[in-house]
Design a binder for this molecule. Structure first.
Ligand code: SF4
Length: 187
């Protein structure tokens, strides 16, 4: 029984700085390359590439760095845990910009079509979907490289960051719908 307990992943009330940097670094790179890829892919139009690229950048950064800390973080255990640092570090920012919510509402992050979880997933997938037709009608090696890099960042997030770096060690994993989907609750 004891050895089984020891095999469980360590839970972090403060993530190592390296984990926070990996998480935010890959997120920001994903958004920036996604925006550049959309702008480049539709650059054959005098307005479409620039407009859609900028709109995507605004959507992704606002969703991640404003909507999340305003709506999800106040209900998260990291918001109220003493000296805590979550994987995104947004618990610290959230504390500065909004009031504490209710732990019971944390799972609502995954409820409804336009819930924060779905918007977050959309911010990761939209540039990949947008670059596929652009590759067909406006192919270039640089666009292909951007597409493959963004796709790689998405796979890295789903197969490495979530299950091994973030959700596995999260003290919110017993309540968080995403941790349930990742199957990390009993690890
Ligand atoms: S379990 Fe994962 S998605 Fe949920 S709060 Fe923790 S790190 Fe974020």
């Amino acid at each position: 029984m004891q050895s089984e307990k020891n095999l469980k992943a360590k839970l972090y009330s403060r993530y190592p700085l390296s984990s926070v940097l990996i998480y935010n670094g890959s997120t920001i790179l994903h958004f920036l390359l996604g925006g550049i890829g959309i702008a480049l892919g539709y650059s054959f139009s005098s307005w479409a590439g620039y407009t859609f690229g900028v709109l995507y950048l605004m959507f992704s950064f606002i969703e991640m760095y404003m909507v999340m800390p305003l709506t999800v973080c106040p209900n998260c255990v990291y918001y109220r845990a003493k000296d805590s640092l979550c994987i995104s570090g947004l618990n610290l920012f959230s504390k500065k910009i909004t009031k504490e919510g209710d732990l019971k509402d944390f799972a609502t992050r995954a409820e409804g079509l336009f819930c924060p979880n779905n918007l977050y997933t959309a911010s990761l997938i939209v540039p990949i979907l947008a670059m596929i037709p652009a590759l067909i009608v406006n192919f270039s090696i640089i666009l292909l490289l951007i597409f493959l890099t963004v796709l790689g960042l998405l796979l890295f997030r789903f197969f490495i960051i979530f299950p091994r770096v973030a959700c596995l060690h999260c003290i919110a994993k017993y309540k968080c719908p995403q941790a349930g989907a990742m199957g990390v609750r009993n690890r």
